[in-house]
Each structure stands twice: as C-alpha cells, then as structure tokens.
Design a protein around this ligand. Sequence first.
Ligand SMILES: [Zn+2]
Length: 447
Amino acid sequence: MKNIKRLLLYALYYISTMQTQEKKPIATTARLRSIIDYGISLGAKAIHLEPRKGSMAIRYRVSGSLKEERHLSLSEYNALIAQIKMKSNLKITEHSSAQQGFFHHSFKKNAYKIMSAVLPVLDGEKVVLHIQHTNPKPPSLQSLGFWGNSLKNIQQALALHQGLIIVSGKKNTGKSATLFSMLSTLASSGLSVATIEDPVRHIIKGAHQTQVNHKNGLSTEIGLRNILLQDADAILIQPLHLKNISELIESAIQKGHLVFGSLHASDSAEAIHHLINSGLDRYSAAKHIQLAITHEQVRALCNNCKQAYSPTEEEVKALLREFSNKEKQAIEQLHILEMAAKESGLAAERKLSTSYETIHQLWKARPSGCQNCNYKGYKGSIGIFEIVRSSTELQKILLANLGRQSLRNEIKRSSTLSLKQDAIIKMLRGLTSMNEITGIQTFQEQD
Ligand SMILES: [Zn+2]
C-alpha cells in the first residue's frame, strides 16, 4: 500500500514537472516577445532589464529618457535572462562575465535585429536589448523636424559634394537618424557612400558600411585609409574622434570628398571648438566646415488627444523674450516664422497659433492620454535643431582664434535659430508642449 502511495506521488510530481518544463519556456518566450513588442510599439531604442533586490525592473529608452514600466519576480527574471542568452547564442550558465550577441525579431510584418548585452552587476545580471529595425525606410528630413531655412541649408550643403558636415548633440538626440536620412539621399542619387562606424546604427541602402573592429585590428584610422582608396564621394565617420585621422580628413576633403562626422557636443560652437582643440587645423576648419547641425530631441504630443489652451500673459512674454526684448518685433518675427514652418509642412493642416499681435494658443498633453498613445499623452519624438552654415564672418572668427564665445555670438548674430527658438516654433505648431521644451538651452544662458 505504502509503495503504491509513493508511486502515485512520484507520478504526480513527474507530471507536474513535465508540465512546468513544458510550460515555462513557452511562458518565457511569450513574455520576452511581449516585452520587445511593447518596446517597439512605444518607439523605444533600447530595453533595460535590471535586477533589483528580489525582483527585476524593465525600463524602456524612449526619446532619450528611461521609463520604468514593469516588474518581474526573481524566478521570472532568471528564466527570462536564460531565454535571452539562448536566443542570442550566449553561454547560459555563465554569470560572471560580460557577453554580447543578437537575435532576430518580427513585429507587425517588420523585421528587427535585437542586440543583447549582458553584464554581471552586484544583484545579478543586467541585460540591455538594443532594437534595430533591419530594413527601415530612411526618414525624410522634414519628418525629422527640419523646416524652412534649416532644410534649405542642409540641401545646399549636400549639393556641394565637398567639405565637412558636423552632426552634434547629446546622447540619444537623433544624430544617427539625421545622418541616415542625408546619406540615404546621397546614395539614392547615385553617389558612392562609404562609412566607418562604431557601431553601425542604420543600414543605408546602396552604401558600403564598415564596422570598427578593434579585436581584428580594424580601427577608424585603418578603415578610413581604405575607404579613401575606394573612390567614395561621401564618407561618414561615426563617432568622429580626430586622434590619428585629422590629416586624413583634411586630405580627403581637399581631394573632393564630402565628409560627415558625428560627435557629442551641446551646441555647434562647442562642436567646432572641440574639433579644433583635438587637432583639426584652424585654417582647414575655416575653409572646410560647410555645416554644423546640433540636435536635441523632445517627446511629440499625441495627435489624437493633445489639448489646446490659452497662454497667460507671463507665458507669452517669456516666449517672446527668446526672440527680442522689443515685444512688437518679437511677435512679428515669431508669427512670420510660424507661417514659414506651416508652409514647410510642420503640421500644415493645423491653424496658426499666432497672429501679428499675440500668441493665442499653446498645446499640452492630456494627462490621462488615450489608447493611441498608450495613455501617455505623448507619442514618438521630434527633433529640435540649430543649423550653422559656413560664412565669411564665421571663417574670420575661426582664423583669428577668437574663442568659443565669439563664435557663439556670431551664430546668434546670424539668422540661425537657436535650439530654444526652434523648439518654440514646434510647440506653436502643436508638435510638443511647454513642459518638454523647458530644459532646452537658449542663447542667453551662455552669454
Ligand atoms: Zn493620445
């Protein structure tokens, strides 16, 4: 009797473990899929899976900032990490060293490459999943938020086919999307485009892209030397660190190449100064820099649920001060700029928020959002830009070594919009809110 009981218990245990073993991978596979699908639907660039004491937090990188969304128990976390390692072809039982891999994912008929990076930390292992759309259409410059003179300046610089175009901004401000758009335009117009990147962020149709690989001795310098032997018309160096390559870049431009470099800087003056301080000859900088584009990025208001409101007198005054101390001139300038933005296609279907007399409406997020924006009030992001074109005055300042502040003053004096001014125009067109643009720097803050 005892033996029969024991046999029955074992049979029950066996069946239950069979069920667990069968159910667990399926449940974990579905969980991983739903975590990634949700990230893609949010427009996230990366998903962070972070161990906390006794649990795991999932955070999504959307429009530059990390948003905490979900928590999992420790057992779910361990199963999930094992699943990611298995899919990424990593060692599942290895918990004390960093590992990197990738796997493929599909969502709504689109294909994605998920780059996984596992790092041991104090409470366990942290995993970051970078989401790469494997065959996305390059965005148009207009869809990224370029308009009016900024768009014209870029198109003119691209048509030159020679010189240096600097793309700068803080981390996660959309630099690579701008480069993707510009270089795709050149590649599709029949020019030969080559890149040396670390890492390759977008696949540019028709371009020859090289990934830096230090383990195999393929540095930016060696990559660039070889690209120069390959007769490329346009060359992207991402990120642009001038160590050992400043002379190569100078000779590339002199021979008739259009060189693109992306770097971390908070404005165009800082970017240009950084290049000169890191070895780019002052004369070359003055002669060859055609364009500097500085990036910021803000969350875009959900088109479906955003709300219009009448600004207070103080709010109107504060916005006008960004344009001129003389109110009458400021509102006229603002209104003309808003009209130009609308004409350029920035929310072309929407009425103007300004007149020659005042700002009559602003926009804000609906606190509870709607289904379209996952109840956030915001959906996607929009770029904010400062565009600096080469000019005789700018060249004089660079040649005379007058310093960053003089450069900044010249940029302010020229007709270029500051990041804050561009942000205000986009807010007036209903693309973003006052809350989102508060942190963006003004010309005044640096004076
Ligand atoms: Zn909404």
